[in-house]
Design a protein around this ligand. Sequence first.
Ligand code: URA
Ligand code: CA
Length: 433
Amino acid sequence: MRMVDLIQKKRDGEQLTTEEIQFIVEGYTNGTIPDYQVSAWLMAVYFQNMTEKERADLTMAMVASGDQIDLRAIEGVKVDKHSTGGVGDTTTLVLGPLVAAAGVPVAKMSGRGLGHTGGTIDKLEAIEGFHVEITNEQFIELVNKNKIAIIGQSGNLTPADKKLYSLRDVTATVNSIPLIASSIMSKKIAAGADAIVLDVKTGAGAFMKTLEDSRELAKAMVNIGNNVGRKTMAVISDMSQPLGFAIGNALEVKEAIDTLKGEGPEDLTELCLVLGSHMVYAAGKADTLEEARQTLLKLINNGEALAKFKLFIEAQGGDGSVVDHPERLPQAKYQIELPAKNDGWVAEIIADHVGTAAMWLGAGRATKESEIDLAVGMMLNKKIGASVKAGESLATIYSNDKEIEHVKEELYRSIILSEEKVESPRLIHEEIT
Ligand code: URA
Ligand code: CA
């Protein structure tokens, strides 16, 4: 097989075979096919698209390029959730204990996030003593016993995806539905999920800005999953503003605790119920989505969801008393208000800018080596549709530094007021199964 022929075939809009796609992915991973040929092929894919079969083949070739996590020793249907992008997304912290309380095994492997705020592990490390350095055996044992555990990423998962993603980044081929869909799905499948619930964000703060594009991405991922034998479904949810009120690590842990108690923000609570219902249903723990939702509501109201969070924290060395005493989480030195400059209605909260402001405070990593300040971040006091009087606080900034004019300016740029009344956006746009 010659790479030049495969580039030509895709350039001319033909379908590649399973073997041809494997040849490209293997050759690129082991260095026998050079960047310039793969670049040309990626650009051909960008313009000619891929068939459903090609997308499934590309996904599985990337899965085969590295280690695969074997979760067979865990009883039950392992359901994973994935959110595409978004800022200050607290859903993972809430959903883990919530669906575990419903009997769904949550075997989570997580990395340390680059970007606006930390990853799930960073957030949990805001809890004194909590650690993810456990052995694979301990991990499996904990999931079987408690239905939930989290372990730091180890092993070499989907190296082909890492290499291709870097190349796409510098060849203007990131923004291609078949390439994005196979990239995301390869990572979920390599991590061992039997079933996958996708939360595809749409709107100004999301990877996909329009509903059409989000729907296309969601359908592409659902088809890949189902075509390779993993039950997959997707929810398209709103990211025209950050979800919930909290952006920042300890602040999000506190928000997750509130939500597990039934006292969380309305949008975060609703999205967790919708995604959680699909997870419970996919795991076979309910006969209908409505029954699953009722189960989750009951677990919130009777305290079992919160108790599960406490058990999970303590099983991994953490101070479980934070669920009753969130003031024991890291606290910032200063709380600084952001007063509205005039009257109006909140029309937009540009999540990207809010995220940047959080990163400048120290909540996220600019490079892999940066240290995160777990205490800092912000609480949004007004969401889209809220009416505001001049001088009222739009957000409260939690900072360890008093000089934060640049952060305030960035937040003023991100929270846009309108003189006319604005409706609050719809949270769930579509569910695709
Ligand atoms: N996220 C991924 O993991 N892969 C992509 O290609 C795009 C976003
Ligand atoms: Ca949040």
